[in-house]
Write a protein that binds this ligand. Structure first.
Ligand code: ADP
Ligand code: MG
Length: 728
């Protein structure tokens, strides 16, 4: 190992866990301290203002400006008590990050002094310069007007010295420029579509909620090692690096003991998350070395998504205190598992009934089966769109590879539900659906378990799996905003529920009993989903790819092509009929997706080229020089016999020459391809060109990784996988 590299690795290895100061109180007592939640509202607002705000949050009733002023004033008083000096409208532009522009609270008091001021107007709406956010040609730069508007359903929170106001972001002409706006519309659509169906089963239901419980996977890497890898710093992933001799083959990391430096980081992250009102619940090691996961208790889709973004921001801040960098990239290291963000999703009523879990009686079970089947029908109809919703340059590494999920969206039901659906098809429509093994009852013909505890009955290769009381959409990328996927899923289910209700009403109008009408409406849908979307086998096999294509499922693997699903007629119909997106918005969003795709690959390609030429080839040639000297000395000593004596160095010299020229040729070709791609004006064509470039990066990587195996370890210019992955 070179002296420099040795120092960095040694330094990282010797770091000790940072002491985390334990808060004086129990978590339940400081939970939500930094959030203007209902408890703070009660404390800081007068009763009329409080009631008006709650009416606004729960029922969407608009606030008048006078009340908004009072709300802002209460927020200010609370925030000043926490040392807040600034406010920001916090929003979710289309580049998977959050954006904030801070304004100080300071204003002239018109008496020659300064005061802290905050009013309803600046709470409700602001006009950040939108020209620098991706807008897909929706808003030309010369009319760079974008507005942010307060989302009262997501509570205001404090980050360091700043009061953050969750907002939606839209253009001068009213098109949404963010992830939050369509998500909110889709959540409302699915709740509204589900409500009348629920009311057939229980007239007391007034509202249906859509829930999200995300599981965030991530890697930690020591910050000094990170800083020694230009690829990690600039692209978030290693563009080169030979696999370490040991990686995840022993399965010794998953659920293993958490290393002390990491445990300290997790502890502090949890404290910060809890103060922000994020109900963080689980923390554990993941499959790959240095890979971890955290997950909260699930909640309302909009808030849960905000909280995911909040924690993604907080993670890196906390990590730096512990000498770590958090890698949220989907595939930071080749050859070991990548990171995803499972989106656990379900529906539930305001009366506390989960709609995707078995019910209390046969009617409750029928309601469950109704929602269960309709969700699957929605996923089937929009499988290509769902895949498009999670397609990105970074997630492409997971989609293509043999790790959950494959690039085909299918659904896994588990044995019990598959059997139950088959039986339902064979039985008369009035057959009750019983809970299996219920004591004191004769065994029913169609049965489902009360709780699904069989953990082995879980198909890890399935992108959309039923897990007992929810579906788990596993294809979402670790760095993504969940809203992309959740907007599509909720919208698709809303559309399907509306279609179902229409057909059900027809059956009911003939005078059938509810249970029979429901079953008669469900049966053709069940038949179809069992034939098409449901798949319990291994999703990684080539046979499945052929079979999926035969079934008519989308098997596209190229991200720029996948994205096109958003403007297919079925998608346009879906989004416009529910009022979630206009066609213009959909087209603009595709432009943005292609643009971001191209830019990400462009950066990777540049970094790859420079590292190959400026780091790798020089190291290889230095080593080759050493070998040449060795051969030359041998020749001096033994001019006749040196060739056999120097067989090894000679062979290495030859291999290095071959590999170096291979790298050089491929980099040159890649640079040429980039020039051609950059000249393309059309974003789709450009993204296609960059897709080919993305594939070529792997072919450059191969000879580089071979060189890593040959070249003197002393000369290798950057930390290797074994150093990046096993230090904590
Ligand atoms: P796993 O065993 O799948 O890794 P985790 O405990 O890590 O499970 O995460 C499961 C996630 O699913 C948590 O965020 C949890 O709150 C969430 N969850 C549980 N039940 C539901 C539900 N009915 N709807 C939505 N999310 C749920
Ligand atoms: Mg988990």
């Amino acid at each position: 190992m070179s002296k420099l590299r040795f120092d960095v690795v040694q330094g990282a290895f010797k770091k000790k866990a940072v002491e985390v100061e334990a808060p004086a109180l129990r978590p339940s007592l400081y939970f939500g301290d930094l959030v203007f939640n209902r408890e703070k509202m009660r404390k800081y607002l007068d009763i009329r203002t409080y009631d008006a705000l709650i009416d606004c949050i729960d029922n969407g009733k608009p606030l008048d400006m006078e009340t908004a002023d009072k709300v802002a004033d209460g927020m200010k008083t609370w925030a000043l008590g926490h040392g807040v000096t600034h406010i920001t409208h916090w929003f979710q532009p289309l580049n998977d990050l959050t954006a904030e522009k801070h304004d100080s609270l300071l204003e002239y008091d018109q008496k020659g002094g300064m005061i802290e001021a905050f009013n309803g107007k600046s709470l409700i709406q602001q006009e950040p310069d939108a020209s620098s956010f991706p807008s897909g040609g929706l808003r030309a730069t010369f009319e760079a007007r974008g507005y942010t508007a307060w989302d009262p359903t997501s509570p205001v929170f404090i980050q360091e010295d700043t009061l953050c106001i969750p907002t939606v972001f839209f253009s001068y002409t009213g098109e949404s420029l963010d992830y939050k706006t369509p998500l909110k519309k889709a959540l409302k659509a699915v709740g509204d579509a589900a409500l009348p169906i629920c009311q057939l089963f229980d007239p007391k239901v007034r509202k249906v909620y859509s829930y999200l419980g995300w599981e965030q996977e991530y890697f930690l890497v020591d910050e000094d090692l990170f800083a020694a890898r230009p690829d990690l710093m600039l692209t978030g992933r290693t563009l080169m690096g030979h696999a370490a001799s040991k990686n995840q083959q022993l399965d010794d990391h998953y659920f293993g003991a958490i290393p002390s430096r990491v445990a300290a980081f997790m502890r502090e992250l949890e404290i910060e998350g809890h103060k922000l009102g994020i109900p963080l619940k689980t923390r554990h090691n993941e499959v790959a070395p240095n890979q971890f996961e955290l997950a909260p208790v699930y909640g309302d889709g909009n808030l849960a998504n905000d909280q995911n973004l909040m924690i993604m921001n907080t993670m890196n801040k906390v990590a730096r205190k512990h000498g770590f960098i958090v890698l949220l990239h989907e595939k930071p290291f080749d050859g070991i598992n990548g990171s995803g963000k499972h989106n656990n999703w379900s529906l539930g009523t305001d009366t506390g009934t989960p709609l995707l879990a078995p019910g209390k009686d046969a009617m409750g079970n029928l309601q469950f089966v109704t929602f269960f089947v309709n969700v699957l029908a929605a996923v089937q109809r929009h499988n290509a769109l769902l895949k498009a919703s999670i397609a990105s340059a970074t997630n492409a590494h997971r989609l293509g590879a043999n790790e959950a999920p494959p690039a085909i969206v299918s659904a896994f039901l588990g044995r019990a539900m598959t059997e139950a659906l088959h039986k339902l098809l064979d039985c008369p429509s009035d057959t009750p659906i019983e809970i299996a093994g219920k004591t004191g009852k004769s065994i029913g013909i169609v049965e489902i378990p009360q709780v699904f505890i069989d953990n082995t009955d879980r198909n890890r290769t399935s992108p959309f799996a039923f897990t007992g009381n929810r579906f788990e959409f596993r294809a979402v990328g670790s760095s993504a905003n969940c809203a992309g996927a959740m907007t599509v899923l909720n919208a698709a289910v809303a559309e399907q529920l509306l279609l179902f209700k229409k057909d059900l009403d027809k059956e009911l109008s003939t005078g059938k009993d509810l249970n029979i009408a429901v079953m008669d409406t469900l049966k053709p849908i069940i038949r179809e989903i069992l034939d098409v979307i449901c798949f319990d086998g291994n999703g990684y096999t080539p046979e499945w790819q052929r079979e999926a294509a035969r079934r008519g499922l989308d098997t596209e693997t190229s991200v720029p092509e996948m994205i096109k699903a958003f403007t297919e007629p079925s998608s346009v119909r879906l989004f416009t009929s529910l009022g979630i997106h206009t066609r213009k918005e959909l087209e603009a969003r595709n432009e943005i997706k292609w643009e971001i795709y191209s830019k990400k690959i462009q950066i990777e390609a540049r970094v790859m080229g420079r590292m190959a030429i400026n780091h790798i080839i020089p190291a290889a040639l230095t080593y080759q020089n050493l070998l040449l000297k060795n051969v030359s000395v041998m020749k001096d000593i033994d001019p006749d016999g040196y060739r056999s004596q120097a067989a090894v160095p000679l062979e290495l010299i030859g291999r290095i020459s071959t590999l170096v020229s291979d790298i050089r040729t491929k980099v040159e070709a890649m640079v040429e391809a980039r020039k051609k791609a950059n000249a393309l004006q059309d974003e789709y064509e450009k993204a296609r060109a960059y897709h080919a470039i993305a594939e070529s990066l792997n072919t450059i990587r191969k000879p580089i990784d071979k060189l890593e195996e040959i070249v003197d370890d002393n000369l290798w210019p950057m930390p290797k996988y074994r150093e990046l992955l096993f230090i904590n």
